[in-house]
Ligand binder design. Structure first.
Ligand code: MEV
Length: 315
């Protein structure tokens, strides 16, 4: 067994199809390289399992797996589930290990911090214990952890954080897409963290109240994702921007946009971007804007002047 292993995983952002993808519609997402998570596994001399979450200034020590499963705070319980599944599958006793997990992704921003940490964690354990899991298996296990965090996710987040790049996703099937040249994206964090589980639940309630209308919206969003896939092949960035704007309108109809998101979108559009929309579960989180470098620079400068505490990431 190695003395130390470090693995990383990217964050993600959804370009098209959030929420509708939970109900089987098509979606497109992309991995955010250099904006993700890392997991370090270190062999230690003390018996038991230690967890170190520097982002939360939390250090947890457990005498064994059962002690961990029973005592880990809810916020981190997906990691206990991950270890439990691995222990069952590979018949391994986790001991004498410290697991450090950290992420540069803004928590609750919709950029996949939970999926990214899950993938980095499973990848690092895979490497440290030499389980020989392939990417599919890594994504599958991370999906189990994601369910623990979000309830009924589609699987797009763990999938994207495992494979990176551009992903066309429809429940159970996927295609890795080529990233077009000059695909410049500005990601703006509203500063308001969102709760994916809550947003999914809110949309589910809406669907129960008005199934025909919401199914129609989902299917329109799915069609936009399919059109966007074609336009990505043709590298038609302006049309992709138009489709993003349409997707945003449908997300607003689902009730998951808000004033700050609308404001950021409007400012981006008035600065000449091709398109702008919320990304992820909504009700806060981030906005993505696609455009020329200069349009995105002007958008960012205008937004900065508002002093709303927004954060930015350029792809
Ligand atoms: C979250 O990143 C995207 C949602 O569509 C949920 C999911 O697909 O699991 C809101």
């Amino acid at each position: 067994m190695k003395k130390e292993t470090k693995c990383t995983a990217p964050g993600k952002c959804i370009l098209f199809g959030e929420h509708a993808v939970v109900y089987g519609q098509s979606a497109i997402s992309m991995g955010l390289k250099n904006f993700g998570s890392e997991c370090i596994i270190t062999r230690i001399t003390e018996a038991g399992i230690q967890f170190n979450f520097p982002d939360y200034q939390k250090f947890l020590a457990f005498s064994n797996l059962i002690h961990m499963i029973e005592n880990i705070p809810n916020k981190f319980s997906q990691f206990a589930l991950g270890l439990k599944k691995l222990a069952e599958t590979y018949n391994i006793k986790f001991e004498y290990v410290r697991i450090t997990i950290k992420s540069s992704i803004w928590s609750g921003s919709g950029l996949g911090s939970s999926a990214s940490t899950a993938v980095a964690f499973i990848r690092a354990l895979n490497s440290y214990y030499d389980f020989k899991m392939d990417d599919n298996k890594i994504s599958e296990l991370s999906f189990e952890m994601e369910k623990q965090v979000h309830g009924t996710p589609s699987g797009i987040d763990n999938f994207t954080c495992t494979y990176g790049g551009f992903v066309f996703f429809k429940k159970g099937t996927y295609e890795l897409l080529k990233i077009p040249e000059n695909f410049n994206l500005l990601i703006t964090y509203t500063g308001k963290p969102h709760n994916t589980r809550m947003a999914i639940e809110q949309v589910r309630t809406r669907k129960k109240e008005n199934p025909k209308n919401i199914d129609q919206i989902f299917s329109s969003i799915g069609q936009l994702a399919q059109l966007a896939k074609k336009e990505l092949d043709h590298r038609n960035l302006e049309e992709i921007g138009n489709l993003m704007n349409k997707n945003q309108e449908f997300l607003a109809e689902l009730g998951i946009s808000n004033k700050v998101i609308n404001k950021i979108n409007n400012i981006a559009i008035s600065n000449g971007v091709y398109g702008s929309k919320l990304t992820g579960a909504g009700l806060g989180g981030c906005v993505i804007s696609l455009g020329t470098k200069i349009a995105l620079k002007n958008t960012k400068n205008t937004l900065k002047k508002l002093n709303l505490g927004l954060k930015f990431y350029n792809f």
